[in-house]
Design a protein around this ligand. Structure first.
Ligand code: DGJ
Length: 725
């Protein structure tokens, strides 16, 4: 890994996987020259040639006939000839939207900078070097610091920007992207993850067209509609072959991600805050830091990209104390009790759970509600003792007395109209004076930009956590933001509220997780509505989706596995017919879908027959054996011979063992059998199937493949475990 300067105008950031090269032209224009597979050295190859065009602008630049409209600016602005999407837009006090920042200096930092008030990746046990580049518009009194951190030997560069107002005037940041990248003209596919509640992380892949293509969230949180991620890749790219550029934003609020293909086919790709939902007043002397963006390059297809993300998020983003910690197998009360919780039910369910080997009992929503619905009590967080005599203390003691851990559900950001909190502090809800706020799931959201509200949430959680009664929290958030206004924020700063909400959330999470580092927090937002890298910095696992149907879960977990390691996802075995889809699948199938992730159960155990309970006990026994090596194993997706299959495998770090799970979606006589080439094995090892003792070479399994017959059943699961002999 190194950052080297050549001839005073070229910088080469590299490790054994990637190179990122920039040039300063004429001492002032910072341009991108290359990002991709590692180069030994860059000697100015691939420089574009320009020819005189009639309808064009002319520039103060030594490059003959240069056109700024296809000049590969590293951090572009509009206003003097580059008409493509800008990375930064600033309005000066005179009302004119114009800045002209030029390169000033660069230097190497030997560490990974942390971002003020924002979650970000950290060096941990790896070596990281950072390049800091300063660009300046002296006239405007504006400095832009660009940061590039490179990790040892992985295809990852992290980016963020710091904008400083060094002058005397007030500046308005209208748009400030976390990353802008130029890629050469060639055909690319765009890939993103779209979805909705209970059907998150669907794959959206299409060829890039001329003009702008964009995904975004304006919902106040990262949202299930679009993950703050996209990838650009050659059209031939598969799970295992081809070049991929991945972009992911470490942020939980409004974002945008866009790609522009210009008139000549050049690509400009950006990700950052959603400029339509943002305007930040930067007074003299103030600075603003953008969220961090992750840039990921793989020449080994989508699996290569995923391996980079998984490695980064497990080792350099989620809390270190949890990244190598076995997660407890849990029973969650939601689908068995919904709001109608009682001490008796908890006692019965947890007793069976304990016998079956479950380690953590999670009391979900309902425990504080006045009635068995979502219309009231949010914000009061007082246990309803008519349901649970003795309160949460009693429940926790009951669970602990059975040798299990106890977890509790909260939705700390929400407030019901019918709550003492709202009656006392109606102004604490996001609202616009003289307008009736919009409810979502019968609730409002607290104005997390306010310090008093942040402190209220911290104190509320503190009350429950300080007595060591709670080992786990499910941190839910069940609605998008509306009425985005804080009455404490000045008129000229109203455009800051949604970002300040997110900063407030991070402040609360930071305080709680620092004070109670051992409490395991599972993030949730009606499932995956706020499953993003920034949340992962505080909470090491996320409830993947409210859809617990095994068939649908394959697609959802498959999609999320593009970005997140299995240890970041919660996967539960629930009852059939499934509560969300009405579909019936076997208990074994449900386990096969969940077993490589953080395993949980979410069903009424009293409704399981003795046979089913035995099966669950065996699943848990098996999982407790396998999870030790699975903790640090690599999850890989396989290319399927046709869309009737989905396949994933988990290969141990030393490649000495692996599991493959193959899902046949339907019985379809058009297909004779499934044949799958496996990935990520050691070609020199011989592996034995632990069930039928058949032996295959790693090379054979990777080059020829494994076959499964067509089964007369919809949604059939095949599972194989192999060990090195
Ligand atoms: C939405 C979550 O995703 C569910 O798992 C459950 O916790 C409910 N909220 C409770 O209201």
């Amino acid at each position: 890994m190194s950052i080297t300067f050549h001839h005073n105008n070229i910088v080469h950031i590299k490790n054994s996987a990637i190179s990122y090269v920039m040039e300063v032209v004429d001492g002032k224009y910072l341009v991108n020259r290359y990002f991709g597979k590692s180069l030994r050295e860059y000697r100015l190859s691939g420089i574009p040639h320009y020819f005189k065009r009639v309808y064009n602008t002319e520039h103060d630049c030594s490059i003959e006939n240069v056109s700024f409209d296809d000049f590969p600016f590293e951090y572009p602005v509009r206003g003097f000839g580059d008409y493509r999407i800008p990375a930064i837009t600033v309005t000066q006090q005179n009302g004119i939207e114009f800045i002209n920042p030029i390169f000033k200096s660069w230097k190497i930092l030997s560490e990974k900078p942390q971002l003020d008030g924002l979650p970000s990746t950290f060096a941990g046990n790896s070596k990281v070097e950072t390049l800091e580049i300063l660009c300046e518009d002296k006239q405007a009194g504006l400095q832009i610091f660009l940061y590039y951190s490179i990790f040892d030997d992985k295809g990852i560069i992290t980016r963020h920007q710091k904008i400083v107002n060094t002058g005397n005037q007030t500046l308005k940041l209208q748009n400030v992207q976390s990353l802008s990248l130029e890629l050469p003209a060639q055909d690319y596919d765009f890939l993103s993850l779209f979805g909705t509640h209970a059907k998150e992380a669907n794959i959206n892949r299409f060829p890039i067209h001329y003009g702008i293509q964009k995904i975004e969230s304006a919902r106040g949180s990262s949202s299930p509609q679009h993950q703050p991620f996209f990838a650009l890749m050659s059209p031939q790219t598969t799970e295992n072959i081809g070049e991929v550029y991945g972009f992911h934003l470490v942020y939980s609020g409004n974002f945008m991600a866009q790609v522009e293909k210009d008139q000549f086919g050049n690509i400009r790709a950006q990700i950052g805050l959603n400029k339509d939902e943002f305007c930040w007043t930067l007074s003299a002397g103030q600075s603003f830091t953008t969220p961090e963006a992750i840039l990921n390059y793989s020449c080994n297809g989508l699996n290569g990209m995923s391996q980079n993300f998984h490695w980064l998020y497990k080792n350099h983003l989620m809390p270190k104390r949890f990244s190598d910690k076995i997660r407890p197998i849990l029973l969650n009360s939601w689908e068995s009790m919904y709001y109608d919780v009682s001490l008796d039910k908890i006692d019965v369910q947890s007793s069976i759970a304990q016998k079956l080997g479950i380690e953590l009992f999670v009391l979900d929503d309902g425990w504080f509600r006045k009635e068995n619905n979502s219309y009231s009590s949010m914000g009061d967080w007082v246990c309803n003792e008519n349901k649970l005599a003795g309160g949460i203390k009693k429940v926790a003691e009951l669970i602990h007395s059975k040798g299990m851990q106890f977890g509790l559900w909260f939705e700390p950001e929400a407030i019901s109209e019918n709550s003492d909190l709202y009656r006392t502090h109606p102004d604490w809800a996001l609202h616009i004076p003289n307008y009736k706020p919009t409810k979502g799931r019968h609730e409002y959201l607290l104005d997390l930009s306010r310090k008093d509200v942040q402190n209220f949430i911290i104190q509320t959680l503190d009350l429950y956590l300080k007595n060591n009664l709670i080992d786990y929290i499910k941190w839910d958030m069940n609605r998008p933001l509306t009425d985005v206004n804080s009455i404490l924020i000045d008129t000229e700063r109203k455009g800051e509220v949604s970002h300040r909400y997110v900063l407030g959330l991070y402040k609360v999470l930071d305080t709680i997780t620092k004070k109670y580092p051992d409490v395991l927090i599972e993030g949730c937002s009606s499932g995956g509505a706020r499953f993003d890298p920034a949340m992962l910095y505080y909470v090491p696992q996320n409830w993947t989706s409210d859809n617990t149907d095994a068939f649908d879960r394959v697609g959802i977990q498959f999609g999320y596995s593009l970005l997140y390691p299995p240890i970041a996802m919660g996967a539960h075995v629930s009852i059939t017919p499934n509560h969300q889809t009405g579909r019936t699948t076997s208990l074994n199938t449900r386990y096969q879908v969940a077993k490589l992730f953080n395993l949980g159960y979410e069903l009424d155990l009293t409704k399981c027959t003795d046979e089913e309970q035995n099966e669950i006990a065996n699943q848990i026994k098996q999982h407790k054996i396998e999870r030790n090596w699975q903790l640090n194993a690599n999850l890989l997706r396989n290319d399927s011979p046709n869309e009737n299959y989905a396949v994933w495998s988990l290969v141990s770090e030393d490649k000495s063992q692996f599991e493959v799970v193959i899902f046949q979606k339907f019985h379809n006589p058009l297909f004779s059998h499934g044949k799958f080439k496996l990935y990520g094995l050691n070609p020199d090892f011989d592996y034995m199937n632990v069930d039928d003792k058949s032996v295959f070479g790693g090379d054979e399994l990777m080059q020829v493949g494994l076959t499964v017959p067509l089964i007369k059943e919809d949604f059939h699961t095949f599972s194989f475990k192999f060990v090195k002999i």
